[in-house]
Design a protein around this ligand. Structure first.
Ligand code: PEP
Length: 250
């Protein structure tokens, strides 16, 4: 079976009840081929319940982060228990903003991925290089290091519920999108890495999303690439462009 195209919307720290109403109403009114396209939106944690209660069932809802403990004295953290209680089935982990601003290491990210999977959640695990790393020809080394940390703590069967998002840091929120070829090159390297270090089946089945300044203008070209299995969208997920991007696939 082919890999189902996935379009994720990461709202980051942007929301209000009014914005939730607008964005979810727009999505509820939109149509896409659900046999071929999966849509996942990740609002800020305080709005997860509202989004889940308003969104139609074809829209999956995701947290932007979780902690690797069930409960207790971890002020400000988000538990997988909260997500399960609210009917939230996905979480993003290892976003570059978590890695950079909140200093989450490869190991912490990997621990969170393993924990989330053990709790029955599906995970969008983000990897990607900074500009200076790309300029120093370190892209593959950085991405492989981030993947290796995750692979070390997972069993091959865990990968069924993992989606990898390749998000070059220099392309996030900058308007500087990777070219279709630049993205395809790294996606192909990630797939080869999975083949060599996990298994042929995991390499074939794992969806690899591209993220970084995807817009309604560039999504059609990007999605033609053989190893691009969807997108993780930041800024454009807060606009009507998100629906245009979803439907560039159909
Ligand atoms: C992101 O935050 O994951 C992202 C890709 O942001 P943007 O689309 O705004 O570059």
């Amino acid at each position: 079976m082919g890999r189902k195209f996935l379009v994720g919307g990461n709202w980051k720290m942007n929301a209000s009840k009014q914005l939730v109403n607008t964005l979810v109403s727009n999505l509820n009114a939109a149509e896409w081929n659900t046999d071929e396209i999966e849509v996942v939106i990740a609002p800020p944690a305080p709005y997860l319940d509202l989004v889940r209660s308003l969104a139609k069932p074809e829209v999956y809802v995701s947290a932007q982060n979780i902690y690797f403990e069930k409960k207790g004295a971890f002020t400000g953290e988000i538990s997988s228990e909260f997500l399960k209680d609210l009917g939230i089935t996905w979480t993003i982990l290892g976003h570059s903003e978590r890695r950079e601003i909140f200093k989450e290491s490869d190991e912490v990210t990997a621990k969170k991925v393993a924990y989330a999977l053990g709790e029955g959640l599906s995970v969008i695990a983000c990897v990607g290089e900074k500009l200076e790393e790309r300029e120093a020809n370190q892209t593959a080394a950085v991405v492989f290091r981030q993947l290796a940390a995750i692979a070390t703590v997972l069993k091959p069967e865990d990968w069924t519920h993992v989606v990898v998002a390749y998000e070059p840091v220099w392309a996030i929120g900058t308007g500087k999108v990777a070219s279709p070829q630049q993205a395809q090159d790294v996606h192909a390297e990630i797939r080869t890495w999975l083949r060599d270090n996990v298994s042929e089946a995991v390499a074939e089945q794992t969806r690899i999303l591209y993220g970084g300044s995807v817009s309604a203008k560039n999504s059609a070209d990007l999605q033609t690439q053989i190893d691009i299995d969807g997108f993780l969208i930041g800024g454009a997920s807060l606009t009507g462009d998100f629906i245009t991007i979803i439907n560039t696939r159909s």
